[in-house]
Design a binder for this molecule. Structure first.
Ligand SMILES: *Cc1c(COP(=O)(O)O)cnc(C)c1O
Length: 369
């Protein structure tokens, strides 16, 4: 079967091998006589799936032993409330605002934190750049500092996480890594908590991943729902309530797929980083060199995962998009708040998909030159 290339920002393409495996196991997982969706989360079959998924993720992301991995529900948006409910200690929280997602997180935190301080913002650039960490005004004694390490809508990515200690803050760093998790390694020495929905790079919607340093557990505000108290979730191995079993299974298959990926002598997430760099470089080089297309993000802030681009003549957007669909290039439309187009190049997108999109863009450019 020749499937089209799917450039959706999320829910997004899943590796074909993962979908095939899930289809093959749909009615009967490993001779158990049950599909995964039909299993008790406390039965030995599902416990095996869960433990394998957790161990594989820990290995893939090199999560240190003093961090806990939580499989939750609620998505990135729920985490915008769950993080301050757990970590704010009714004190000031600092926000670095670099696009729509961090702005949304800041707004939600205002409901729970005693004070929300904007330590830096690139709103004045229309979210086309990252504020230099040397200019951030971090609060003394903040309970945490929040940033979105990949802004899915504006196409902005931190190339390197800030070293808060070197910037004079002893607060833990919270990152929303929803849209680039597992696309590159994470420097856990700079992170207190990372969260992300699965539907961009790990599997289906409905599973939310939280990786949290152990010393941050056990400080929830009294109003925090028990099912969202990280300590309760951690103490119960993500089974305080029924976890998103299907999502954990699908993410687990994706982790096994990731472990099989190889570039030269590296595997897993390091191999994905090499591929993702190459895919993004190829696409940006093409856009920058063309007369018809445009990306507005500062080169040192450009996302490898989500690339917004525009036609210099926007009256041709609809023609571009319908032609793309005809060429088997799906979901290239930009987010409504930004307009234009967006190519999301997650792990499941092969270089061949990027080449197919560029070939179509060249053809469209020639037709409209
Ligand atoms: C998609 C996304 C979210 C929202 O996730 P939901 O699952 O819809 O709650 C949050 N943050 C980022 C960076 C995202 O890309």
């Amino acid at each position: 079967m020749n499937r089209p290339y799917n450039f959706s920002a999320g829910p997004a393409a899943i590796p074909e091998e993962v979908l095939e495996r899930a289809a093959a196991e749909m009615l009967d997982w490993h001779g158990s006589g049950m599909g995964v969706m039909e299993m008790s989360h406390r039965g030995k079959e599902f416990i095996a799936i869960y433990e394998q998924a957790e161990a594989d993720l820990r290995e893939l992301l090199a999560v240190p032993s003093h961090f806990r991995i939580l499989f939750m529900q609620g998505g990135g948006l729920a985490e915008n409330a769950i993080v301050p409910l757990n970590l704010s200690r009714a004190a000031t929280v600092d926000f670095v605002v670099t696009g729509a997602w961090s702005a949304k997180s800041r707004k939600e935190a205002q409901k729970y934190a005693a004070e929300v301080h904007t330590a830096a913002s690139s709103e004045d650039t229309g979210f086309t750049a990252l504020p230099d960490p040397a200019t951030w005004s971090l609060s003394r004694g903040a309970s945490y500092v929040h940033l979105c390490s990949n802004e899915t809508i504006h196409g902005i990515e931190f190339q390197e996480l800030p070293d808060l200690a070197a910037l004079g803050s002893d607060a833990p760093l919270v990152i929303d890594f929803s849209s680039h998790v597992a696309s590159r390694p994470v420097d856990w020495s700079r992170v207190g908590l990372a969260f992300g929905g699965a539907q961009k790079n790990l599997g289906p919607a409905g599973l939310t991943l939280v990786v949290v340093r152990e010393d941050l557990l056990g400080h929830a505000l009294p109003a925090c729902p028990s099912a969202f108290d990280y300590k309760t979730v951690a103490d119960n191995h993500s089974m305080f309530n029924t976890p998103p079993t299907w999502g954990i299974y699908m993410a687990g298959l994706t982790f096994q797929w990731l472990k099989r990926q190889r570039e030269g002598d590296v595997t897993g997430v390091a191999a994905m980083e090499i591929r993702n760099r190459a895919k993004a470089q190829r696409f940006y080089d093409y856009v920058d060199g063309s007369q018809l297309y445009l990306n507005k993000v500062a080169p040192n802030a450009r996302s490898r995962m989500n690339i917004p681009f525009f036609l210099r003549d926007e009256s041709r957007n609809d023609a571009f998009l319908s032609g793309a669909r005809e060429h088997g290039l799906l979901q290239v439309k930009g987010h409504k708040s930004v307009g234009g187009m967006r190519a999301s190049l997650y792990n499941a997108m092969p270089m061949a998909g990027v080449e197919a999109l560029i070939a179509y863009m060249q053809e469209f450019e020639q037709r409209h030159a």
